[in-house]
Design a protein around this ligand. Structure first.
Ligand SMILES: NC(=O)C1=CN([C@@H]2O[C@H](COP(=O)(O)OP(=O)(O)OC[C@H]3O[C@@H](n4cnc5c(N)ncnc54)[C@H](O)[C@@H]3O)[C@@H](O)[C@H]2O)C=CC1
Ligand SMILES: CC(C)(CO)C(=O)C(=O)O
Length: 303
């Protein structure tokens, strides 16, 4: 397959680098990472180990591919969609956290597949990404149901030795992941703790409330996710990633804007649209926004 990875940061470089072992991959990113990949190749270390030489560019104009993976942060999704719409790409699949597929679909229509990834990735230096955890990728139709195209994409990932399954119930999977992120990310970022700190009280209380609220909004949106399933998924991820710093905690430590709008913010917005109360997500979102505002990380029209 000809594959474009739009957003050659941590996750995009890891997944794109692995795919480059088997497919023709173009990474779209920024310097100095892109310049280093063009000069010396992309080094993958940690749980995976490889030196690969994908194409890499900082120019998003005129991209042509069978498949484009979207791995920019949630707040850069509209820009990625715009660039991909100007190119010639058959299929588009997001591997991002948060609800971003709606933004992609608005611009790219039914070419968009849903995806989730539980691999862990960190950029170590320009040209070097570390795999901090082997995980699994799921891809499928945004509106559920099996499809040949989702199976084809999953097979392409597996050919490159990435763990990937096509899932005919992606709506539920996306909402379950959203419940996990809604519970873990803001709480760990605000409290300054690793995920494992949410294994019991007091941290678990707030995290589990946020996950339950997310499940209620999911059901209002027609997705069959019980409160218990959301809490069980949250507890499992807390156990499996006990030593991890969540991506939002990493963003806060690094003084970067967070993905709060696509996670807790999205739960609040969809809760309001469905008359479902989401006080815990609302408070978490406002506290993270307050932190962002104090550091001038919010766009001028955000509030
Ligand atoms: N890092 C991880 O382990 C995981 C990340 N995710 C999700 O994947 C998404 C990406 O996360 P990370 O890779 O950690 O973020 P990141 O910030 O390391 O990577 C995003 C990259 O996209 C690039 N980018 C943004 N707009 C661009 C544009 N217009 N043109 C060229 N390059 C552009 C940025 O320069 C950055 O390098 C997020 O939604 C995150 O929540 C999901 C699972 C695991
Ligand atoms: C699953 C979890 C919470 C792992 O840290 C994650 O996706 C993140 O940090 O964004």
């Amino acid at each position: 397959m000809d594959i474009v990875v739009f957003g050659a940061g941590a996750l995009g470089s890891l997944v794109g680098g692995a795919l480059a072992g088997k497919h023709a991959v173009t990474l779209v990113g920024r310097d100095p990472h892109v310049a280093r990949i063009r000069e010396d190749g992309l080094r993958i270390s940690g749980e995976l180990d490889a030196l690969v030489h994908p194409e890499a560019t900082t120019d998003p104009a005129g991209l042509v591919a069978d498949l484009a993976l979207v791995t920019v942060k949630a707040y850069d999704t509209a820009e990625a969609a715009e660039a991909l719409a100007d190119g010639d790409v058959d299929l588009v699949c997001s591997l991002q956290n948060g609800l971003t597929e709606g933004t992609l679909r608005e611009r790219l229509g039914d070419r968009v597949l849903a995806g989730t990834a539980t691999y862990g990735a960190e950029l170590v230096d320009p040209g070097h990404v570390r795999c901090t955890g082997l995980g699994r990728i799921h891809v499928g139709e945004l509106d559920d149901g099996g499809s040949d195209r989702a199976e084809r994409v999953a097979a392409a990932f597996r050919a490159a030795e990435l763990d990937c399954e096509a899932d005919p119930a992606m709506a539920r999977r996306r909402w379950e992941k959203l419940a996990v992120n809604a519970g873990i990310n803001a709480v760990t970022a605000l409290a300054g703790v690793e995920n494992g700190a949410l294994a019991g009280p007091p941290g678990a209380r707030t995290a589990e409330r946020a996950a339950r609220e997310t499940a209620r909004v999911a059901r209002a949106e027609g997705v069959d996710l019980t409160d218990d399933d959301a809490v069980t998924a949250l507890r499992d991820v807390v156990d499996e990633t006990a030593a991890n710093r969540s991506s939002m905690y990493q963003d806060v430590r690094a003084g970067r804007r967070t993905e709060v709008e696509a996670i807790n913010g999205a739960v609040v917005d969809l809760g309001r649209a469905n008359a479902v109360a989401t006080p815990t997500n609302g408070t978490l979102a406002e506290l993270v926004r307050t932190w962002e505002a104090a550091r001038d990380l919010r766009p001028p029209d955000a509030d």
